[in-house]
Design a protein around this ligand. Sequence first.
Ligand SMILES: CC(C)(COP(=O)(O)OP(=O)(O)OC[C@H]1O[C@@H](n2cnc3c(N)ncnc32)[C@H](O)[C@@H]1OP(=O)(O)O)[C@@H](O)C(=O)NCCC(=O)NCCS
Length: 180
Amino acid sequence: MFGPSLTGTHVRLRPVRITDLPRFSRWFADPAIVRHWWTQDVPWARWPLVAALLLVIGSLRPNAIVWVIEADGRPIGHSSLRHIDTRTRTATVAVLIGQTSEQRRGYAREAAALRNRFAVARLGLRTLKATALAENKASRGLMESSGYRLVRRTNTVIRGQERELLEFELALDQPGGGGA
Ligand SMILES: CC(C)(COP(=O)(O)OP(=O)(O)OC[C@H]1O[C@@H](n2cnc3c(N)ncnc32)[C@H](O)[C@@H]1OP(=O)(O)O)[C@@H](O)C(=O)NCCC(=O)NCCS
């Protein structure tokens, strides 16, 4: 489903458009962006345009919302809520700053805070789940500095190599629970 536009101090979240496809495709073709995807063994992850198309199509699902993150009116990444379950009041989140020159400026954290406030106020969610490869320092750093709790460590095999996967949860009804 399409979420509303959400405006913060430095970033704005807006619904995905079909015209975003070439940009997503460019981001997904950048090894620096996709090197930590744990879906690397899935055939579509090797085809940036297909991965971009699946993201856009996925945004049409009734239990998912995908936003484009804009800074200074230009798209720099995306943020999503997937597996939204209003019965258990949970969802899975992801955030990506695909424009590498725009990383480490606080945009992911602000975009996630906007999304999380929406998740509480409009969807009534209580818990957000996120997964990252242990070696993904940026993603781990973002979650660890935003109040997420490490709930599970598992192993997965990607291209024949065993890698550690970390599963995090954020309690939105706790103090500080509006983080990334
Ligand atoms: C992870 C990612 C979304 C972070 O985006 P960002 O806009 O650069 O993050 P922010 O500037 O908002 O940083 C917020 C906090 O996250 C942590 N962080 C961000 N990048 C980091 C890095 N490279 N190393 C360690 N910690 C990092 C820090 O705690 C940071 O706070 P600080 O700058 O005050 O120290 C971005 O690096 C990215 O998209 N990476 C590629 C894709 C990816 O791995 N996505 C996640 C898996 S789905």
